[in-house]
Ligand binder design. Structure first.
Ligand SMILES: *Cc1c(COP(=O)(O)O)cnc(C)c1O
Length: 371
């Protein structure tokens, strides 16, 4: 049997190999590799795509979170609300600023931050909130922004899984004070290496991020640091590749939506299986197609035996990982998050996944649960 799993240089790459290889050649011919014309062009094009004034490239989604938080003045002594049900990068980025992540529970249907639980965790040290648009679906931004307004919190959207997703018609990444995108190879917009970007409408935040990512150097003035920054730059090769892939992002998201609809239809009525929830205000870009079942581990091994690649995003909530046990969250302290981590399963989802493969995966799931 042919395996069903994502391959970055599979059919999707082969179909536009000419464009990508030409972009790589252009960078080699220009012989300029860090902070140049490709990076600037990509920043302009990505800002236009998101519909925001400023995009600043950097080395990863993690760095984008750190840079955005630091530019907004978040640091030691501050508390930052976020979720435990996310990539650990979200939490370690908060920790890297010197602030303390405060973990909130999630909505059991959407797996997104529960704003009521977040409100209960606000203290006089709370300075910011990092909503994560997980799996490609926007967090409930009306409630998040209300909370931020009432308590004077900065909002940094974690858009690492949500390129092109909208909340109530508005593009994610344009709603908070700043947003962090990742271009890790498997994301909806992925490079052939690490990459990330901060987007913001605020020129001061943009200026601060531009300095921080390059040792704190003043714009246009090398070797003079205004602040103690770091090194986190998007290189020219990745920027050139991302410019090509950005042109195909909406088509890729469209393909994901069609594949998700195929899964929905093929998996409808499987006993005990919860399909991804849809909120009419949130256009889901299906970075991942995540189902839920009490017998998750059994389904995962049955699919593995059929050479179908599944994953769990994420098996151990951040608050129960060794690095965060000293933050004081006992087992059972985030019950919705902990139960979700035992029951979720990410089925294959990528734009060049064949429709027939989706049906084969659905059949394998049905067989596994006897539905
Ligand atoms: C991938 C991811 C990140 C981190 O991005 P990197 O580019 O890998 O550093 C942050 N948050 C979420 C939700 C992610 O999925």
């Amino acid at each position: 049997m042919r395996p069903i799993a994502f391959n970055l240089t599979g059919p999707g790459y082969q179909a536009r190999r000419g464009e990508i290889d030409a972009a790589i050649r252009e960078v080699l011919d220009a012989s300029w590799f860090i902070l140049g014309a490709q990076g600037e062009a990509f920043e302009r094009e990505f800002a236009d795509y998101v519909g925001v004034a400023h995009a600043i490239g950097c080395n990863s989604g993690y760095d984008a979170l750190v840079l955005a938080l630091r530019a907004l003045g978040i640091g030691p002594g501050d508390e930052v609300l976020t979720v435990s049900h996310t990539a650990v990068a979200t939490a370690v980025a908060i920790s890297a600023t010197g602030a303390t992540p405060v973990f909130c529970d999630i909505d059991p249907r959407t797996f997104l931050i529960d704003p009521e639980d977040a409100a209960r965790r606000i203290t006089d040290r709370t300075r910011a909130i990092v909503p994560v648009h997980l799996y490609g679906q926007s967090a409930p931004m009306d409630a998040v922004m209300d909370l931020a307004r009432v308590h004077g919190l900065k909002v940094v959207e974690d858009c690492a899984q949500a390129h092109g997703a909208r909340w109530d018609g508005r593009m994610t990444g344009t709603i908070g004070d700043a947003a962090a995108f990742s271009f890790y190879p498997t994301k909806n917009l992925g490079a052939f290496g690490d990459g990330g970007a901060v987007v913001t409408a605020d020129p001061e935040v943009a200026r601060s991020v531009s300095m921080l990512r390059n040792y704190g150097w003043q714009p246009g003035r090398r070797y003079v640091s205004e602040v103690r920054g770091l090194n986190s730059r998007l290189d020219e090769l990745q920027a050139a590749i991302l410019r090509v892939r950005l042109r195909h992002l909406d088509a890729g998201n469209g393909a994901r939506a069609r594949l998700a609809a195929t899964y929905d239809a093929a998996l409808a009525g499987v006993p005990g299986l919860a399909l991804p929830s849809r909120d009419p205000r949130s256009t889901h870009v299906f970075h991942l197609y995540v189902v839920r079942h009490a017998g998750r581990d059994h389904i995962a091994s049955a699919l593995a035996a059929a050479k179908i690649g599944t994953q769990v995003h994420y098996p151990v909530p951040v608050h129960r990982q060794p690095a965060y046990l000293d933050h004081g969250y006992e087992e059972g302290s985030l019950p919705v998050t902990e139960r979700a981590s035992r029951e979720i399963l990410s089925l294959p989802m990528y734009p060049d996944l064949a429709e027939g493969d989706v049906l084969a995966v659905a059949d394998a799931v049905r067989l596994a649960v006897g539905g």
